[in-house]
Design a binder for this molecule. Structure first.
Ligand SMILES: Nc1ncnc2c1ncn2[C@@H]1O[C@H](COP(=O)(O)OP(=O)(O)OP(=O)(O)O)[C@@H](O)[C@H]1O
Ligand SMILES: [Mg+2]
Ligand SMILES: [Zn+2]
Ligand SMILES: [Zn+2]
Length: 488
């Protein structure tokens, strides 16, 4: 299954060129020779302009901080009115990355180039493609299709009921057609309700127990846990402290996806979780339980009383002594080496994801969530717009050449955390007038000695080498980085 993006026009001239993107993949569009979606004939296209990620039925377009912006227009709209103006925004202290969800026939304008999205129609239930010739007979409601196989089996009454309410928030009943351009089966929670639930434990508990889940093979068991206090809001969910029935203290991460019960994603997620959740190492967070309850995923983790390296840094005034930095990095690297041995790449290492126990043991948190959610097209889209954070720990290849991401990409992130702990600053400059994603793509890392001239040449070499933008010049593995650190 794939989608096509047809280039239809450049500066008023008709063009015929098509980029095909497979389901589960992404493509960066721009003038740079590194872009698979290379658009060379238009000088108003930035080197890396926008990125398209396909997780059918969801197709996400993200502007990469292009100079002249990216615009998306609904196929049904006429004239120049833009549905989403995902152009460069003025960046204040808080901003959100600009994302648009594409529907079939949507027009994308970048510079003087016009593209058109050609997205296959998917079955509402099984996510299979509906061939063009079947579209008429398979349409159940406007925009909702059931494939021949699915209509052959008897569709349970519960699901039929869901089709009737498919565009309503399961919590407040409000129509959410605008929020979800390509609906699939599942319970929907609108943005406003998700936002409210984060701060109201009873509402959150309600969302996790009340709504009927027509897909549940076993009922959600979230009621086994008592939620206590909000520990923090992350990019994909929220973390509460809580207790198990036997009174053990736990941390529970709850993720309320927009489309809570998309069966095919849910199953995939739970299967992957069962493959990995039992992995244990003293420097990674242990997962005690996981599941899907009503409208949200939950992950029960060991509770880390010392919070995170982010908290530690904040309490210490932004910097830590070198010996402590070394100790934290070494522990984190031990955990990372273990994860890499299991072929797990973290991809979201940051001070908030390095947790600390009461005895100051460093534990890598969220070590498989980012992978899994990325694969499902969920990452950053679940709580979209709720937080804005600088991509300060993101290696360049994560935006530019994600297919090349490997163990050394996690090394970059960890080196960036080291850099922050030593200097109190991020390795790249993020200025007000440049989009943060563009900064990841274009701005060089500031050599650590420029920020803190008091550290030794050897320390500087080790950190700077971990932060090379060119992956070949960087430590190629966590082991190598660990060896270099230990020699200091
Ligand atoms: N096991 C845990 N024990 C104690 N506190 C935790 C635990 N897991 C997370 N936290 C706290 O909850 C906060 C929110 O965590 P969450 O993972 O949702 O967000 P994040 O780490 O900031 O970002 P991301 O979503 O990218 O991981 C963290 O900053 C951390 O302080
Ligand atoms: Mg986290
Ligand atoms: Zn089907
Ligand atoms: Zn709602």
């Amino acid at each position: 299954m794939k989608i096509n993006l047809h280039v239809v026009e450049i500066a008023g001239n008709v063009v015929r060129k098509t980029f095909a993107i497979e389901n589960g993949e992404r493509m960066v569009f721009g003038r740079s020779s590194h872009c698979v979606g290379r658009l060379t004939e238009d000088d108003r296209i930035s080197r890396r302009h926008f990125r398209v990620e396909v997780h059918l039925p969801e197709v996400k377009l993200r502007d990469l901080g292009s100079r002249h912006g990216t615009f998306v227009r609904d196929q049904s709209e006429e004239g120049e009115e833009e549905r989403y103006g995902i152009k460069k925004r003025k960046i204040g202290k808080k901003y959100s990355f600009s994302v648009a969800y594409l529907g079939n026939g949507d027009k994308i304008r970048a510079g003087k180039t016009l593209l058109e999205a050609d997205i296959p129609t998917c079955c509402w239930l099984c996510n299979g493609t509906i061939p063009e010739e079947n579209k008429k007979v398979c349409q159940i409601k406007p925009g909702i299709y059931l494939c021949v196989q699915c209509t052959h089996h008897q569709v349970p009454a519960k699901i039929l009921k869901q089709i009737n309410t498919y565009l309503q928030c399961s919590s407040c009943g409000q129509n959410i057609a605008e929020e979800i351009p390509n609906p699939g089966a599942g319970a929907y929670i609108c943005k406003a309700c998700r936002k409210q639930a984060v701060h109201e434990i009873t509402m959150m508990q309600g969302l996790l127990t009340k709504t009927e889940d027509v897909w549940a093979q076993k009922p959600g068991v979230i009621s086994d846990y008592q939620l206590h206090r909000l520990l923090g809001i992350g990019s994909m969910g929220v973390v509460y402290s809580g207790r198990k029935q036997d009174n053990t203290k736990i941390a529970i991460k709850i993720m309320l996806p927009k489309i809570a019960a998309r069966a095919f994603y849910k199953q995939q997620f739970l299967e992957n979780l069962s493959k990995y959740h039992h992995l244990k190492h003293s420097n990674i967070i242990s997962y005690l339980d996981f599941g899907f309850a009503s409208t949200g995923f939950y992950l029960v983790q060991e509770y880390c009383k010392g919070h995170s390296v982010a908290h530690l840094l904040a309490n210490a005034g932004g910097k830590l002594p070198l010996e402590q930095v070394k100790n934290i990095l070494i522990q984190a690297l031990e955990g990372l080496i273990f994860l890499h041995q299991q072929k797990i790449f973290h991809r979201d290492l940051k001070p908030h994801n390095l947790l600390l126990t009461e005895a100051n043991v460093v534990k890598i948190g969220d070590w498989f969530i980012s992978n899994e959610f990325e694969n499902m097209g969920f990452s950053n889209s679940i709580m979209t717009g709720m937080i804005g954070d600088l991509p300060g720990y993101m290696p360049r290849e994560q935006l530019a050449n994600f297919e090349q991401m490997n163990a050394s990409s996690d090394v970059w992130s960890l080196a960036a955390i080291g850099y922050l702990m030593i200097t109190g600053s991020l390795p790249r400059n993020f200025q007000e007038d440049i989009h943060p994603l563009a900064a990841v793509l274009e701005e060089d890392v500031v050599p650590i000695l420029t920020r803190n001239p008091n550290i030794s040449q050897k320390w500087a070499e080790v950190i700077d080498r971990g932060l090379k933008d060119n992956m070949e010049e960087r430590y190629s593995s966590a082991q190598e980085f660990l060896k270099a650190l230990k020699s200091l």
